[in-house]
Unconditional design. Structure first.
Length: 396
């Protein structure tokens, strides 16, 4: 039998989904599993988007332009304006989710063997995309003790080599919920200019900031030729399943290179674009209500977590995630045990072991990522389950 590729062997399993078989087995036994492991919003999709899907009148479901339909890109320009992001439709490429936007941007800007710097803990799939593109990831570590704030500039300088080509930033952060300050973004800007780097800025969660400060996009830093912004409608409109993301850049060379990869994959999802375009306008009240709901969930969850003995969670300022330190030796073993052995009145919880969000798994060995995408009533039950489970786990 032939062997699979080295790349296939080295591709890491997703910490978000790797325990799914255990959760499915528990469900098959009649156990109710509360999913805190994945950022799947439970809030309804905008009615405008649902209506557009229901009333599709096309007789043929055709290919779209490789860069996405003009109408969608034009509406996106209007969406970005209140955030101070001034772009034209020709500076936007529609992709199959934010995931494709990241992968194709890596492939357009970096060659195999090039290096990219990312903050850890960071979105685990960044490492997977980098490996798929043959890129080496170097990391700068933020810590739970200071709420995962940006590390000092010296930490970035220590890992920069002649092969370094880019910095990757997620703002607000998945998995920590940290929102980078203007001062911190200006420090990143200085590093980018000093070393002539690309800045990949994943801004999928810009709608969800809870500290009252306005969101600051990397596209407002005045380094237009260095910035590739990654975006998606998945989270802000609860439309994960339509798989619509965007690459936004004013660098024409980058745009044209990404477009060539997009032409090779033909086109982004037709029905997804129809839904996304219909969802953009007239949803101000919807977005405000979503932000209010997630903030209430955040406040309830973080207060409850920090009341459990030995549990520590910073207060996330954005997105809908938090990285939590647990009083266990190995959080992955604990998460497995929750799904295989522990039940509280026929219920348990599923969390994402945070080790998979670090390049060095030992750094996150006692941590989990929790997504507060469930209603407060369910979060209350999750806290009860977690507290009881930790007591039983320690007493084994």
């Amino acid at each position: 039998m032939p062997n699979i590729s080295r790349r296939g062997c080295e591709m890491p399993s997703s910490p978000i989904r790797k325990l799914a078989p255990l959760a499915n087995a528990a469900k098959a036994q009649g156990v109710k599993v509360y999913h805190l492991n994945i950022g799947q919003p439970d809030l309804p999709t905008p009615q405008n988007g649902l209506n557009a899907l229901k009333h599709v009148t096309r007789k043929t479901l055709e290919y779209s332009p490789s860069e996405g339909y003009p109408g969608l890109r034009e509406k996106l320009c209007g969406y970005y304006k209140p955030f101070g992001i001034q772009v034209s439709p020709d500076e936007i490429i529609v992709t199959t989710g934010g995931s494709e936007a990241i992968l194709l941007s890596f492939m357009a800007c970096l060659d195999p063997g090039d290096e990219i710097i990312m903050l850890e803990p960071g979105y685990a799939n960044y490492i997977s995309f980098a490996r798929a593109a043959g890129i080496k990831v170097r990391t700068v570590t933020s810590t739970i003790e200071n709420g995962f704030a940006l590390p000092p500039v010296e930490a970035f300088e220590e890992v920069i080599t002649p092969a370094t080509r880019a910095i990757l930033l997620c703002n607000p952060s998945n998995p920590t919920g940290y929102v980078y300050t203007t001062e911190e973004l200006l420090k990143i800007k200085d590093i980018v200019l000093r070393h002539n780097l690309f800045l990949f800025s994943d801004e999928v969660y810009r709608e969800f900031i809870y500290n009252g400060e306005p969101f600051m996009s990397a596209l407002t830093l005045g380094i237009d030729q260095h910035v590739i912004m990654i975006d998606s409608v998945s989270k802000r409109y609860s439309e994960c399943g339509i798989r619509i993301g965007m690459v936004v850049t004013r660098n024409k060379q980058v745009h044209d290179a990404v477009l060539k990869f997009c032409q090779a994959r033909l086109s982004p999802p037709l029905l997804g674009q129809i839904v996304a375009e219909a969802s953009i306008e007239g949803v101000e009240d919807y977005l405000k209500a979503c932000q209010t709901e997630y903030k209430a969930r955040r406040d309830f969850l973080i207060e409850g977590l920090n009341r459990i003995p030995g549990v520590v969670s910073p207060m996330p300022q954005g997105a809908f995630y938090t990285v939590v330190s647990l009083p266990v030796d190995d959080a992955e073993n604990f998460c497995r045990w929750l799904l295989t052995d522990f039940r509280l009145d026929g219920e348990t919880v599923m969390m994402a072991p945070a080790a998979g969000f670090y390049s060095n798994p030992a750094l996150g060995r006692q941590q989990v990522r929790i997504a507060y995408v469930l209603k407060i009533e369910d979060l209350k039950r999750c806290l009860q389950i977690l507290e009881t489970a930790l007591k039983q786990y320690a007493a084994r």
